[in-house]
Design a protein around this ligand. Structure first.
Ligand code: NOJ
Length: 763
């Protein structure tokens, strides 16, 4: 060790007499204790060292943003030694993490440990379903578990901070990053945001199997104009408060440790330099006491936005607005000292940012043992373990949504059937891993072909029929990847002709959704639609399995193909999960977290729309009403929709009273019947409509859901409670409050339900 740092000595003294444990530490239970420690560290720091804590560098191997410049690596090493780096991202594996941590801890003057960040978005090495797919499970326990195993696996690989969950609400399937969120609804999105933070952070942040979480991207990123990534966002107060902010607020309730701001401008001010968002709302109103990291280069990008005239001004605007850590802009480290000397940034703000960062490092237990996440034996034991794979398989099955099943074509019979498996994604071991998979080895997902082979009492034939992409590209542009060749069609048609049932696996290549992958067209890419139609011509018994990261426009398939299974990008266990559903070993219960449009022209399309002065009445043949005249005006599949192998009936909706006041409540009861032949689970949903308000209200808002399990022939009475709290919204008074008046409650298996009752809130 070159320097035995002063700080380490102080800490050791401070901790003397207290027991240290690798598992967790009771030392960090008290908030006051941590604050004291933070203050004692801060008092030893030079201004430069403080600024260093606010600086985050990408590692030397992986990039998840624009390529670094030449010479950057040498600078990074130098800055690690001089205590000018507080965090690194994209360092992976115990050996790599140990290497940089050692420099920070053993060679810098104060030896302050680094916090190591990574995009553990849906798994680390073992990949779980993309977040949009997980959202389709509506199963908070499963989602929490999936986040928990991702935390355990990444923490075993040296990481202690994930840049997840992404809690951006989005109504625009053109935006490639919808795959990374929980869909279009703020209520479901808030529940999922909460579950994910709890899963990542666990009950004890200092344990070796938990990591700090990040609520991102604050705020409005999912509302980019036309769904083009990084584009301008312009939304009104009501949308901001009632739709965009609630999931972020839910992460505060879950005690999330960090926030990430976003690339977009919000109503003319880039989020990164937005004081209203970061200081007024987040830190003052919501009392968030963790820290805010910028997005990759988002500080320097404020110049491109036309908000900062130069680098120095960008650093000033971001620091003053409350961005505590600079990810890869190199601007804090270059300009903050001068900005403080000039009086353009107050040193108190720097102290506040550094305290926030140190606090999280203390909570993680990094001061106690900076190498606590660097145990090679644990890494070997945990990464890719059977237990983790079991959790992601369970999550994958729960994420699947059955969209159509005419004449009970599914589940498939297990014996004596000739099954033809066709489609460019049918043997793809890469696409199911999605596009956020920095640590995973390529081609490690179980393919549908591999899964199908397990059911060996049927005869399986296989032909891809076409390719979706040329080669196996990672960073590609849409125009380069869609293969146009049809020479494989004949072989596919031949096996389809001889089959009892054809299973076709079509959709998006793994990198066709995700960051920077916006699309203007939501049809099946490449020649897949042609292939589907060609196969259908020779055999009508087609099961279409979709693999995709966003809602697609599949009108033709919906009209013609008897069975459609939405299987998203399901991760490592994809093929196993899909075949268990196809063969009925698992009865699907997923429900769509995002509306499927009929045409890209309907986008943004969402269930909680406003009625307008000239509402859409399907079937109305006059001209002057709010509609498109060249397409049906309903979605193809609505939010909350999904079938099961069994059928459910809802009946006997009753309210305990039809009006209530103050802290009283209404009990809503109804009967749910399993009217089919299989045991199954149904996500029952409760929606409310506030008929008029000081600000116009959506036609329906999800306010409750529950998963109910029923055996064939079984009936259960289900109960929800309506109270004043549930009716709150951000009103014209610019407050969260409940307004008196008339409401409707709807109960059903999707947002399209018609089972309704009326009630009134008096005061
Ligand atoms: C940019 C993305 O917007 C953000 O979500 C991610 O965490 C960072 N890059 C780091 O990879």
């Amino acid at each position: 060790m070159k320097n035995i740092s002063i700080i380490m000595i102080l800490i050791i003294l401070f901790l003397s007499g207290c027991e240290s444990s690798n598992q967790s530490s009771e030392l960090y239970d008290s908030k006051d204790e941590i604050d004291k420690k933070v203050d004692s560290v801060l008092s030893l720091m030079t201004l430069q060292e403080k600024i260093g804590q606010m600086n985050q560098y990408n590692g030397f191997w992986n990039v998840t943003g624009p390529e670094p410049k030449e010479g950057d690596a040498a600078k990074k090493y130098e800055h690690l030694r001089t205590g000018m780096v507080g965090s690194m991202l994209n360092i992976r594996g115990v050996d790599e993490v140990r290497k940089v941590q050692k420099i920070a801890v053993e060679e810098s003057r104060l030896g302050i440990p680094l916090i190591i960040g990574f995009d553990v978005i849906h798994g680390y090495k073992t990949i779980s379903p993309i977040p949009l797919a997980e959202a389709a499970s509506w199963d908070m326990e499963a989602i929490k578990k999936s986040a928990a195993v991702a935390a355990a696996e990444s923490a075993a690989s040296g990481i202690n901070w994930t840049f997840a969950p992404m809690v951006d609400i989005s109504r625009d399937a053109r935006w490639g990053r919808v795959m990374e969120g929980a869909g279009e609804d703020p209520y479901l999105g808030s529940k999922i945001a909460y579950a994910r933070v709890k899963g990542f952070q666990g009950d004890d942040l200092s344990a070796v199997n938990t990591v700090a979480a990040t609520a991102k991207h604050f705020a409005g990123y999912g509302f980019s104009e036309s769904g083009r990534d990084y584009n301008t966002v312009d939304v009104g107060t009501s949308t901001l408060y009632n739709i965009i902010l609630p999931p972020f607020k839910a992460t505060i309730e879950a005690d999330v440790k960090t926030f990430m701001n976003s690339f977009n401008e919000l109503n003319g001010i880039p989020a990164t330099g937005n004081k209203f968002l970061q200081r007024d709302i987040l830190k003052e109103k919501w009392k968030f006491d963790g820290f805010v990291v910028s997005d990759w280069g988002s500080i320097v990008e404020m110049k491109n936005h036309g908000y900062a005239k130069n680098d120095k001004e960008a650093a000033m605007l971001a620091a003053n607005a409350g961005s505590d850590m600079d990810m890869e802009s190199y601007l804090y480290v270059n300009h903050l000292e001068e900005l403080i000397a000039d009086g353009n940034v107050d040193e108190d703000l720097i102290d506040d940012a550094v305290k926030r960062i140190l606090k999280v490092k203390f909570e993680l237990g990094l001061f106690e043992d900076p190498y606590k996440y660097c145990d090679s034996d644990r890494e070997k034991r945990v990464v890719g373990s059977k237990e983790i794979n079991e959790v992601v398989l369970d999550m994958a099955k729960k994420s699947i949504v059955l969209l159509k099943n005419e004449n009970n074509l599914l589940p498939l019979k297990k014996e004596g059937q000739k099954i033809a498996l066709i489609g460019p994604l049918s043997d793809d071991k890469n696409s199911p891993l999605g596009s956020w998979r920095i640590a995973v080895d390529d081609n490690t997902a179980i393919s549908v072909l591999e899964g199908m082979k397990q059911y060996d009492k049927n005869t399986l034939t296989h032909q891809k029929g076409a390719d979706l992409v040329v080669g196996n590209p990672a960073f590609v542009f849409e125009t380069e990847i869609n293969e146009t060749g049809t020479s494989g069609f004949q072989a596919a048609i031949k096996i389809a002709k001889n089959a009892d049932v054809v299973v076709m696996v079509l959709g998006e290549y793994g990198f066709q959704s995700g960051e920077g992958r916006s699309r203007t067209n939501l049809d099946l890419p490449g020649v897949q639609q042609q292939l589907l139609e060609a196969v259908y011509k020779v055999n009508k018994k087609v099961v279409l399995v979709l693999m995709n990261g966003r809602p697609l426009t599949i009108n033709w398939a919906d009209k013609n193909i008897p069975a459609i299974v939405e299987a998203w990008h399901l991760g490592t266990q994809s093929g196993n999960a899909i075949v268990q559903v196809l063969y009925g070993d698992y009865n699907p219960s997923g429900k769509l977290p995002m509306t499927f449009p009929r045409s890209v022209g309907q986008v943004p399309i969402y269930y909680n729309y406003k009625n307008t002065g000239r509402p859409t009445y399907p079937g109305n043949n006059l001209v002057f009403w709010s509609h498109f005249s060249d397409e049906e005006n309903t979605p193809l599949y609505p939010f909350g929709y999904g079938l099961s192998y069994t059928t459910f009936k809802y009946d006997h909706l009753k309210l305990s009273t039809d009006s209530f006041r103050g802290n009283e409540k209404i009990e809503v009861t109804f009967d749910l019947y399993n009217t089919g032949k299989y045991e199954g689970k149904e996500v029952v949903q409760l929606y409310i409509r506030d008929l008029y308000g000081s600000i116009t209200r959506p036609v329906k808002e999800l306010k409750g859901f529950e998963m109910v399990s029923l055996k064939p022939g079984e009936t259960k009475q289900v109960m929800f409670t309506i109270n004043k709290e549930m009716l709150k919204f951000y009103t014209a008074n610019e407050k969260w409050e409940t307004e008196t008046g008339d409401f409707k409650v709807f109960i059903g298996g999707s947002s399209y339900t018609k089972l309704e009752a009326d009630f009134e809130f008096i005061n």
